[in-house]
Write a protein that binds this ligand. Structure first.
Ligand SMILES: [Ca+2]
Ligand SMILES: [Ca+2]
Length: 100
């Protein structure tokens, strides 16, 4: 049975997470360099904001809720969730028709 579109979305997220996570150290978590690569590759618009290393540090700390200096799949999902919510807001906020 083929995957539904939503299942494919989840598979895509898993694939790209593991591609970045496998670069160094644990193959199932992102260190800071891997997080940077993950965002650069998958969210280039957001990467512009991360040019300042202090902002990357801050994003890393915010996502690393268990403070083990690695970003797990569950922790990166917080980032994906924020991006998804911002994308949703943009759909409703960008056009003149949306003020109705
Ligand atoms: Ca890793
Ligand atoms: Ca962590």
């Amino acid at each position: 049975m083929p995957l539904t579109e939503m299942e494919q979305c989840i598979q895509t997220i898993l694939k790209h997470f593991h591609e970045s996570a496998a670069q160094e150290g644990s193959y199932d978590t992102l260190n800071k360099a891997e997080l940077k690569q993950f965002i650069t590759k998958n969210f280039p618009t957001y990467m512009k904001k991360l040019k300042d290393p202090k902002i990357l540090d801050n994003v890393f700390e915010q996502l690393d809720t268990d403070q083990n200096q690695e970003i797990s799949f569950g922790e990166i999902m917080q980032f994906i969730t924020i991006v998804a919510i911002l994308s949703h807001d943009r759909i409703h906020g960008g056009t003149p028709e949306s003020s109705a």
